[in-house]
Design a binder for this molecule. Structure first.
Ligand SMILES: Nc1ncnc2c1ncn2[C@@H]1O[C@H](COP(=O)(O)OP(=O)(O)O)[C@@H](O)[C@H]1O
Ligand SMILES: [Mg+2]
Length: 316
């Protein structure tokens, strides 16, 4: 048995009969940050929502294990409760996770109580410290405010502070710095690294390849519902194998180069296919036999896997 906090094995999940994500396999260890990157619609949020057993997402097949607990073996209610005990989450629109017209103070107290860790004697101090870590000034005013009265960026930082207070093993973050301005983005990113150093494993979904480069121990690149490349951040960014990863990296403006090359076309909306590479029509390296390819992640190096290595040597 591996010592992973989380193991995902051949997960297929979606919103109806058709999978939105397929064959997703990875593991996450204590104190590790995995960033999932890829264009909009590639399935990053669906992976997180599947891990959370969120309503609306259907598991079609595959396994998810949290430490030694196999989630698919548990009935729905027990599964959701285990997920909420072990997985902290900060979503793109954290307002949705809170009641918009109830003060954060009340919601924090209720949540800490439901986790069995509310201590009235230390509560204010804990909140003050957690808010300071995410650069929320005037903590008392924010704590007494209702979510509707705060900006998206502030709500996101409140959600992150709550996740810190809950002290879960794993934090899932969905575009959690995108609503923030650049300086706060950097300080939140630094806080995530400190949390990682405290042992909190994280899966951080981001559009932002530079942020992934800064944060991640490992990067998973998603395209059309599949993980097309997975490996240590330095390996994926410096020695990308999949032509899609190469295109994503090329689309990031360099220091001298203010205009990104851009990524022509848009991701396939039909999601993962049984046969054929989904990236084929946008791929500069496509060959006729790509239409018959069956998806598989193959070893490209130590801890580095890719569904195709035609981009190897193309990276910067
Ligand atoms: N609530 C939903 N109902 C139906 N389809 C959805 C829903 N949410 C996402 N999808 C579809 O699932 C696919 C993956 O979307 P998503 O996981 O949101 O991607 P990402 O987070 O990478 O932008 C897309 O094709 C999207 O249209
Ligand atoms: Mg998303």
């Amino acid at each position: 048995m591996s010592d992973a906090l989380l193991s995902v094995s051949r997960l297929c999940a979606g919103y109806g009969e058709r999978p939105a994500v397929a064959d997703i396999s990875f593991s996450l260890h204590r104190g590790e940050i995995l960033c999932l990157v890829g264009e909009s619609g590639c399935g990053k949020t669906t992976v997180l929502r599947s891990l959370l057993c969120a309503p609306g997402v259907r598991w079609l097949s595959g396994e998810i294990a949290l430490k030694d607990a196999e989630l698919s073996a548990l009935p729905g209610k027990a599964r959701r409760s285990l997920c909420s005990q072990r997985l902290g989450v900060v979503f793109q629109s954290p307002e949705a996770a809170f009641n918009p017209i109830r003060s954060y103070r009340r919601q924090f107290v209720e949540t800490l109580k439901s986790h069995g860790i509310f201590n009235p004697a230390t509560f204010d101090r804990q909140v003050e410290q957690a808010f300071a870590r995410v650069e929320l000034k005037d903590w008392r005013r924010v704590l007494n405010a209702c979510p509707y009265a705060l900006s998206g960026g502030m709500n996101q930082r409140v959600a992150l502070a709550l996740a810190m207070l809950l002290g879960q093993d794993i934090l899932l973050g969905d575009e959690l710095t995108s609503a923030l301005d650049a300086t706060i983005q950097l300080s939140v990113a630094k806080e995530l690294k400190k949390l990682r150093d405290d042992g909190v494993a994280q899966i951080i979904v981001t559009h932002h390849l530079a942020l992934a480069g800064f944060l991640a121990d490992r990067i998973g690149v998603m395209y059309a519902g599949r993980l097309v490349e997975l490996g240590r951040a330095g390996d994926v960014l410096r020695h990308p194998c999949h032509p899609y990863t190469v295109s994503l990296i090329e689309a990031v403006p360099g220091l001298e180069d203010a205009v990104p090359t851009g990524l022509p076309g848009s991701p396939s909306l039909s999601g993962p296919q049984k046969v054929g590479c989904e990236f084929m029509e946008r791929c500069l390296r496509a060959r006729p036999d790509c239409a018959a390819r069956i998806y598989a992640l193959e070893r490209a190096g130590d801890g580095h896997f890719a569904a195709c290595n035609a981009g190897k040597g193309d990276g910067s």
